[in-house]
Design a protein around this ligand. Sequence first.
Ligand code: PMM
Length: 266
Amino acid sequence: MMGVVNVTPDSFSDGGRWLDADTAVRHGIDLVARGADLVDVGGESTRPGALRIDEAEELRRVLPVISGLVAEGVVVSVDTMRAAVAAQALAAGASIINDVSGGRADPAMRSVAAETDAPIVLMHWREHSDVMQQHTHYDDIVADICAELGEQVDAAIAAGVDPSRIVVDPGLGFSKTGDQNWTVLAHLDEFVQMGFPLLVAASRKRFLGELLAGDDGALRPVDRRDAATAAVTTLAAAAGAWCIRVHDPAPSADAVRVAARLGREG
Ligand code: PMM
């Protein structure tokens, strides 16, 4: 279970809540107490339409939080598309790179992963957040994502990344419509069959808010999507996901135990 700390003013799920480093560190420690095995620290929002921030600002946001969490014994991943940020985060004690662009935004990311031997999450990604929802055409959504993600994996391995350190992620909500996210979730087994540990990150995403919309059409607010998130966690864990990335680990930790217990029945 990966808990999320977004040190951003504008993330859809928790933007603005953990901008102060001490508050963010305390929140990360709380996530561990609530069942997270590691904490994912990100400084750049990837919400649909988001514009990029510069590298210096991203470093300013994430480094003190990473150092603070590592000092408390927390295992940290860094959620970044920038090779330089990943390198400095690893130097500050982060153990895992979580690159939502899967090496596409900054090809130097592959070398950082190769040189440091850090595990890297490669997420399926087509375009930056400001335009990603203009790139949602697929001939066959599951086959196309597997093929594109496979290219990202091949590029990482060609750059020297040890295949045993690669984690794949279908990238729910990234260049995908609400309905397409459900198709992906219905076929997680096909992503597991790629042969790499699978990370699934549905937590509080818009497609859950759409599913749970009120009669007036208003989306279910972000802070009331955790029960649906936990339901997705059960399905993802049952499908063989290796890691679930969530904002509130407690309900999803229970969901993983439900899936594990059912799994023992064969
Ligand atoms: N989604 C967000 C951010 N980081 N990382 C991975 N590996 N997979 C995702 O789907 C993903 C991610 C979206 O934003 P949030 O941090 O506000 O949930």
